[in-house]
Design a protein around this ligand. Structure first.
Ligand code: ATP
Ligand code: MG
Length: 209
């Protein structure tokens, strides 16, 4: 009988800050694809956000840790935090695949990331190393996503699966803007994350609703 392979999801992101959109995406993927675990992997220095201004790396890590606390199948991964220079998904997946040959990886993303996929370093290699799980986002309907999925399947021989998930109009930049305007972010991020932001003046806020 072949050995049972582990199924591990990867939620990569800047998480600046982590919000309920990320968490629901990770949980939906866990459930619909019977994953063993989902790694929340904050990117150290993502090339597509070169001039990022926001929380520090240690603050982003702490917010992820607080957000996933209590969920036994969510795990924080600092895989991309130790790297000098920019972090690339292809290199991370290559390393993980070599270290864990008994594991199948599922890279979880929103539709916006799938539309940028051609600009990632070595998309063909990424497609060889993992299955992509994609969710609708930004008002894009599920059927509008299909042609893009078909295109990438052919171009990179990619295994791309669509997630059934609600289209949640929520993003980190929206949350950062609300904080700067003094508006409430209650329920958009888990409460421990909101408290952390408030107590540490993350995003330079001194008061927060
Ligand atoms: P920013 O506004 O700063 O770009 P973000 O909300 O897009 O932040 P990221 O950390 O950039 O968050 O996203 C990490 C991953 O999570 C991406 O693949 C993105 O598509 C996905 N994602 C984020 N928010 C949602 C959402 N509301 N619905 C579905 N996918 C999401
Ligand atoms: Mg984004």
């Amino acid at each position: 009988m072949p050995a049972l392979r582990r199924k591990v999801g990867i939620m990569g992101g800047t998480f600046d800050p982590i919000h309920i959109g990320h968490l629901i995406l990770g949980e939906s993927a866990y459930e619909q694809f019977q994953l063993d675990t989902v790694l929340f992997m904050p990117s150290g220095n993502p090339p597509h956000k070169r001039n990022r201004e926001g929380a520090s790396n240690s603050q982003r890590i702490e917010m992820v840790r607080l957000a996933i606390e209590g969920n036994n199948h969510f795990q924080l991964s600092l895989e991309e935090m130790h790297e000098e220079g920019y972090t690339y998904t292809k290199e991370t997946l290559t390393r993980l695949a070599a270290e864990h040959p008994d594991t199948d990886y599922f890279f979880i993303m929103g539709a916006d990331s799938l539309f940028e996929f051609d600009t990632w370093r070595c998309p063909d290699e990424i497609a060889r190393l993992c299955t992509l799980i994609v969710a609708v986002r930004d008002g894009l309907s599920s059927s509008e996503l299909d042609p893009r999925i078909d295109e990438l399947k052919v171009r990179y021989q990619a295994d791309i699966r669509k997630l059934t998930s609600p289209n949640l109009d929520i993003s980190s930049h929206m949350i950062r803007r609300w904080i700067s305007e003094g508006a409430s972010i209650r329920y958009y991020v888990p409460d421990p994350v909101r408290t952390y932001i408030m107590e540490n003046g993350v995003y330079r806020c001194s008061t927060i609703s």
